[in-house]
Design a binder for this molecule. Structure first.
Ligand SMILES: *Cc1c(COP(=O)(O)O)cnc(C)c1O
Length: 221
């Protein structure tokens, strides 16, 4: 079995979805995975995402997995399938506005900061809960919050990674149970796990793994 098939098997055993992270990779290489049946791809830069979407088959579901600037939402709003890294009310409002303009509902995840590193984006638990409260009060009708996204600390310490993923899962359950029924029914996704730690993530309740280098090889920037 090749690597792709192995990862797919691990995902389907857990009922999780595979997002193939194609950032920096050329269209020809992405098409090889497309030809094997993969349809969900993730990019972390708006411009690259827009260029690839324009040239590649239209049945691809494109996820934006990286940090998103408010002024760039408009470029991806017509087609993006899922935005993984929403970390402010300001960004959420802009996504709602651009979704309305495009007569769409855009699915999003709220990014939680679970790693120890200072560099990672995302909200801590209190800020996330506050964000959910304002969302429920305002009712932004053109965004649908599908769940949470997070990145573990970049470390070899498996116990630490595992514990960060477990913390994410606990927070996910906690927030889900606090939401009203209609919001809660869509709140089903926990996006965590990358090439180095996706198996630990799947053990800890991940429903969506974002895998790049294991599928496409190391990236040269
Ligand atoms: C690049 C990236 C990934 C994939 O990383 P790999 O280690 O190559 O699997 C996953 N999530 C985010 C947010 C990324 O930017």
């Amino acid at each position: 079995m090749n690597t792709y098939k192995n990862i797919l098997a691990a995902c389907s055993q857990s009922g999780a979805e595979l997002v193939a992270v194609s950032k920096t990779k050329p269209v020809e290489q992405i098409m090889e995975l497309y030809d094997e049946g993969q349809r969900v791809f993730g990019e972390n830069k708006v411009q690259e995402l827009v260029e690839k979407q324009a040239t590649m088959p239209k049945d691809i579901k494109w996820h934006l997995i990286g940090h998103l600037q408010t002024n760039k939402v408009k470029y991806i709003a017509p087609f993006v399938d899922l935005i993984h890294a929403v970390d402010s009310l300001k960004l959420l409002k802009e996504i709602n506005k651009q979704a309305l303009k495009n007569d769409r509902i855009i699915d999003i995840l709220v990014q939680i900061k679970i790693a120890e590193e200072e560099t990672k984006f995302g909200l801590d638990k209190e800020d996330a809960i506050a964000l959910f409260q304002s969302i429920e009060q305002e009712g932004y009708k053109h965004v649908r919050i599908r769940g949470l996204m997070g990145m573990a600390t970049f470390t070899d310490d498996k116990a630490q990674i595992k514990s960060e993923f477990e913390t994410m899962n606990t927070l996910f359950q906690e927030i889900k149970s606090s939401l009203d029924d209609s919001t809660s029914s869509y709140f089903t996704e926990l996006s965590m796990g990358m090439s180095g730690d996706y198996e630990l993530a799947l053990q800890s309740g991940s429903t969506m793994v974002r895998i790049g280098s294991l599928l496409f090889g190391a990236r040269n920037y």
